[in-house]
Design a binder for this molecule. Structure first.
Ligand SMILES: Cc1cc2nc3c(=O)[nH]c(=O)nc-3n(C[C@H](O)[C@H](O)[C@H](O)COP(=O)(O)OP(=O)(O)OC[C@H]3O[C@@H](n4cnc5c(N)ncnc54)[C@H](O)[C@@H]3O)c2cc1C
Length: 480
């Protein structure tokens, strides 16, 4: 596997993975588990975005914010906690300690012990089947590009002259910004908006489109009402025209739905969408085509260079850690077992960790109508659930879309625990199951999961009024 000609060392593993984030680590771990020689190249921190600059620190921050909020809300439960104070430096210590606690799982030591050859350097292609990293040359049977994504920096005049935050710097803050302005009302922007608001900052969000635009408006309305109630200023369909330094820190000149507006804040976070990391890889040398969002791949995540796959955020499609892990399982199937594997985006759930959470899997209502014509739309509100009442978490809704024959096509949930509740529906959608499979299952009482069960039962309610069904019951009553 390893040859040295005095100057460079040439490695020839079966698989060379570029990027040790969620996607790359999963491929490397899976290959090593089967005893397949694998090289993993990482130029930055092991664990990639999810561990260091994404899911983990953001969810740790959200957890701190949830505690702050719970203290404020405690009186509603008869618990008098008094006024809370936030020690943001300690919040930062909490966030870092969560990252540190998970980091050993993704470490060089752990992966080396698994049998993965980890190279800490930047990788780039020099031809169609060769990559260099530091002083090493790697000629692998297959390459997997898993280089992740970065924030898209919008071409707003003045942006280059100010210090702005992205997800790579946000979690380094040890002082709470007095007024955090966020450009971008997608999941990252809205999650961070609520967390910072709950931790005591003033927060303003500006987006040129609808907030949380990828989700069903019926669901987002419930979440956005709550975020606005908590005091977050959200300007939808509004453009930031320019950015400049100001006495407070940063000034935005915006065109909003209410007309021109100047917004002064102390810090600016860009949450303006993400683009695959491809610069520096010299993809042209390997003949690999790109798109505007990342690396061009086919349905089995192969690039136009048949030796090379691109997965996770780098492929420019679904940008979630669980999608990255799913991609890894698909390419392992193809590379190790030579079995065909096709990405099915329909089975990959989405979750936004605002409070209330928003989660969805499968088709949305409009898409389901387009593809299936007549569909059943079943709804059940959290307010009709006993557990939600007990928890005072009644602001929520489930919406289940089913075909005429009862096959579940898509589900959206907004409300407490939505990201956990969607798991059940992911299983249903992945296995092509129908409402009757859920009707047959028993949910423990009192749980929020019952909300889904009640939506399913709503599908069968018209049966109780059918003359034919009533006639059968009347007939059966005659037998004693
Ligand atoms: C603030 C935030 C919150 C998020 N929250 C969630 C969440 O709650 N749930 C969820 O599912 N997803 C979440 N995501 C998305 C999630 O983080 C990504 O989808 C996931 O990290 C993608 O994994 P990846 O392996 O494709 O890329 P990454 O994790 O980014 O890993 C790519 C790695 O490749 C390395 N690399 C790049 N170029 C080279 C090169 N030339 N040579 C060597 N190494 C290279 C990088 O240094 C990096 O370590 C969040 C993202 C952000 C920014």
């Amino acid at each position: 596997m390893e040859k040295t000609d005095g100057v460079t060392t040439v490695l020839s593993p079966d698989i060379c993975v570029i990027g040790a984030g969620s996607a790359g680590l999963s491929v490397a771990a899976g290959a090593a588990a089967f005893g397949v020689p694998v090289v993993l190249i990482e130029r930055g921190r092991m664990g990639g975005d999810c561990l260091n600059y994404g899911c983990v620190p953001s969810k740790a921050l959200i957890a701190a914010a949830r505690h702050a909020h719970a203290v404020r809300k405690a009186a509603e439960f008869g618990v008098i906690a008094g006024e809370s104070t936030i020690d943001f430096e300690k919040v930062h210590v909490h966030v870092r300690s969560v990252v540190d606690a998970i980091a050993p799982n993704d470490s060089v030591e752990r992966f080396t012990a698994m049998g993965v050859r980890v190279i800490e350097a930047e990788a780039r292609f020099i031809d169609r089947d060769t990559v260099t990293a530091g002083r090493l040359t790697i000629r692998a049977r297959r390459f997997v590009i898993a280089t992740g994504s970065s924030t898209i920096i919008p071409p707003i005049p003045g942006l280059a002259d100010i210090d702005y935050l992205t997800n790579e710097t946000l979690f380094d803050l040890t002082r709470l910004p007095e007024h955090l302005m966020i450009i971008g009302a997608g999941p990252i922007g809205m999650e961070m908006a609520q967390a910072y608001k709950r931790l005591g900052a003033r927060v303003t969000v500006v987006d040129e489109a609808r907030a949380l635009a990828k989700e069903d408006p019926e669901m987002t309305r419930i979440a956005l009402d709550r975020l606005r109630d908590e005091g977050i200023a959200i300007f939808e369909n509004s453009r930031v025209l320019s950015v400049e330094k100001s006495v407070a820190g940063v000034r935005l000149q915006c065109e909003t739905e209410m007309g021109p507006m100047t917004i002064d804040g102390s810090a600016l976070l860009l949450a303006t969408g993400r683009k695959g990391n491809i610069s520096g890889l010299d993809l042209e040398a390997a003949g690999i085509a790109v798109t505007s969002t990342g690396i061009a791949v086919d349905g089995s995540l192969r690039t136009n260079n048949r030796r090379v796959y691109a997965i996770g955020d780098a492929a420019g499609g679904l940008q979630f850690t669980h999608a990255a892990n799913y991609h890894a399982s698909l390419v392992l199937r193809e590379i190790l077992f030579r079995l065909p594997a096709r990405e099915n985006r329909n089975i990959v759930p989405r979750a936004t960790f605002t409070d209330p959470e928003i989660a969805a899997v499968g088709l949305g209502e409009d898409e389901a109508r387009k593809r299936h014509g007549q569909v059943a739309v079943l709804r059940w509100p959290y307010a009709e659930n006993d557990r939600a009442q007990a928890e005072r978490a009644t602001g929520g809704l489930i919406k289940v879309i089913a075909s005429k024959r009862g096959k579940v096509l898509g589900v959206s949930i907004v409300g407490a625990g939505a990201a956990e509740m969607i798991n059940l529906w992911s299983i249903v959608i992945a296995n092509g199951q129908a409402l009757r499979h859920l009707r047959n299952a028993v949910a423990p009482y009192p749980t929020m999961t019952e909300i889904g069960k009640r939506a399913v039962i709503a599908y069968y309610t018209p049966l109780t009024r059918k003359p034919f069904v009533r006639a059968i019951i009347r007939l059966l009553r005659r037998f004693g």
